[in-house]
Design a binder for this molecule. Structure first.
Ligand code: KG4
Ligand code: ZN
Length: 347
């Protein structure tokens, strides 16, 4: 099937749009972010993020279409086959509404099909972008980001078995919280990574929550408590704290991913989500993985429109625009838009 899709992503603080051909070839990749504003407040204020989305959405889409298919404002409907938009799962309601309502309006005015996209499932498709070798099924996917930390068995396109996820903080939240505690900027992941490269990862004794538990769930809120406890006991070098924390967290993620890969006898392991940008995690997973490992380039790990378009190509299910609503909650999003694609599995 030959198809060009415009992907729109506004679930958090990025306003992103991309035109992607046949699910893999990125024709444009445009992104505006309000992260700088949230850095000043030490975290995302949803109302502020939503207002910035409103300002950025039309210029971002216009640029994506101009670059991706030489479209000009005023020249009528652009030469794309469909529009894909993040409807949630997860996301912040204000920012989501901006992308969803814009996409619906454009689909209506231009007479295009529209595909609602569940954000967490779309992250996985960063692994299909570009002309690298394709992952083989079945695959274990570790999705780690600000809004999600999950282990998924992917049996095929549109066939996801959710094995487990975090019981409290996500891995991205853990990075962000420790960064705030250490007085570093927001988002915390890149800051911790930078500082950790100067520290000793074996200096501070930290727990590795649930590393040996038989299920595929994670728990990261205790790590922050442990960091606070250890640093209050004795003054510690911040770089050593960052390095020790990063190592403890990455080892838990990799350990469980490898165990899932063995248990389900998969052919590939895929990494996805903003935290997949982390160098230590990428290195450790490659070292320990018993099968072919796929890790997207850093700029495709964090939120963007390209993986939204790619997901829609490989899971093409258009909806009448009138029936599309933003669904911030992941379970609601799956129930409404991806019920036939996701099975929940408990060991
Ligand atoms: O996927 P993403 O862009 O947005 C969500 O869907 O949540 O992920 C954002 C998260 C933030 O928590 C950020 O601190 C983390 O990804 N992150 C990193 C790195 N780059 C971004 N965490 C660790 N190391 C990094 N290099
Ligand atoms: Zn995301």
């Amino acid at each position: 099937m030959n198809m060009t899709i415009l992907g729109i992503e506004t679930s958090c603080d990025e306003t992103a749009a991309s035109v992607v051909e046949d699910g893999r070839k990125i024709l444009s990749h445009v992104l505006a972010t309000s992260a700088g504003m949230h850095a000043k407040t030490g975290g995302i204020i949803p109302e502020v993020a939503a207002r910035e989305q409103v300002k950025a959405i039309i210029p971002v889409i216009e640029e994506a279409l101009r670059e991706g298919c030489r479209w000009k404002v005023g020249s009528g409907s652009p030469p794309i086959d469909a529009i894909a938009v993040t409807v949630g799962g997860p996301g912040l309601i204000g920012p989501l509404l901006v992308g969803v309502e814009t996409a619906k309006t454009l689909a209506f005015v231009w007479g295009k099909s529209i595909v609602p996209v569940t954000h967490m499932l779309a992250h996985v498709y960063a692994n299909w972008l570009g002309d690298n070798p394709l992952p083989k099924f079945p695959a274990i996917v570790l999705t780690v980001s600000g809004g999600h930390s999950d282990l998924i068995l992917m049996e095929n396109h549109g066939k996801f078995r959710w094995l487990g996820g975090t019981r409290d903080d996500t891995s991205g939240e853990a990075f962000d919280k420790i960064a705030r505690y250490l007085g570093l900027g927001f988002p915390g992941g890149p800051q911790i990574q930078k500082l950790a490269s100067l520290g000793n990862p074996n200096k501070i004794p930290l727990p590795q929550p649930m590393i040996d538990s038989q299920n595929f769930d994670f728990s990261f809120s205790g790590l922050k408590t442990a960091v606070v406890r250890e640093t209050q006991k004795a003054p510690a070098n911040k770089a050593d704290v960052a390095a020790s924390f990063q190592k403890a967290l990455c080892e838990v993620l990799v350990n469980k991913t490898v165990r899932a890969a063995r248990e389900f006898k998969v052919k590939s392991i895929l990494l996805a989500g903003g935290v997949a940008a982390n160098e230590e995690l990428r290195k450790l997973l490659k070292e320990k993985s018993p099968v072919d490992t796929f890790i997207p380039p850093v700029n495709l790990c964090t939120d963007n429109g390209a993986f939204i378009a790619s997901y829609a190509y490989f899971n093409y299910k258009p909806y009448p625009w009138q029936k599309i609503t933003a669904e911030p909650d992941i379970y609601q999003a799956i129930k409404k838009y991806a019920k036939d694609q996701v099975r929940f599995h408990k060991t």
